[in-house]
Design a protein around this ligand. Sequence first.
Ligand SMILES: Cc1cc2nc3c(=O)[nH]c(=O)nc-3n(C[C@H](O)[C@H](O)[C@H](O)COP(=O)(O)O)c2cc1C
Length: 234
Amino acid sequence: MLRAFIIEAAMKVSDAIATRRTIRAFKTDPVSRKTIEEIITLAARAPSGGNLQPWKIHALIGPARDELVRRVAEVRKQHPMGTTPEYHIYPPHLTEPYKTRRFRVGEMMYETMGIPREDKMARLNFFSGNWEFFGAPAGLIFTIDRQMQQGQWADLGMFMQNIMLLARERGLHTCPQEAWALFHPQIREYLNVPENEMIFCGMAIGHADESHPVNSLTSERAPPAEYLTVRETA
Ligand SMILES: Cc1cc2nc3c(=O)[nH]c(=O)nc-3n(C[C@H](O)[C@H](O)[C@H](O)COP(=O)(O)O)c2cc1C
């Protein structure tokens, strides 16, 4: 059954990884329900400790996606940045080198569009595109049962990465979006998410608008010397 989903001339995993990047401007070209269901079904082959498969996902396409965007836009009129998420998106006191890495990617991103640091309004306007799935025709919302611990959150991350790589194999791009966690009450209400589940994050999925300057961003990576220790001798 799963084999039937594997497209011909599949992209190499290395190429899918190398060409995946966060896309923040999408074309309106649709993504079919069939494609989304294929990607998610295949992605669920992700490993998980004890095979718990702790992921839950809502796929929103067409009018269903538009309705979430509309509801959140309504709230944004009064609360442009939503409410406090149910979990810490970043550690409250982020230390180095993580702090600089976070700052740097933000600066690089706004630089692609010529938006300076002082232009807070232009930055907020661009950031607000998160809550329109950056124009993508489909969006995913990931939730996780509150009883789950660090291990299961890692499992969920592997599932999400599978989705992003399978999207590449189909010529699609993605944007993982923790920004949606800021509007968890509206998501919960609209999607009837039970209280025992936490709204972790969203993901835009669609065709990249290659002409938009923000999509020219290639984020940096620290060299292996900063995070890798290899030992060959005891
Ligand atoms: C779980 C997760 C949540 C993210 N949330 C957002 C978000 O809300 N908005 C956004 O523009 N980018 C978001 N990103 C994208 C990161 O900023 C991006 O992955 C990072 O800067 C590295 O760039 P790259 O994905 O292009 O390699 C998120 C990434 C992850 C993994």
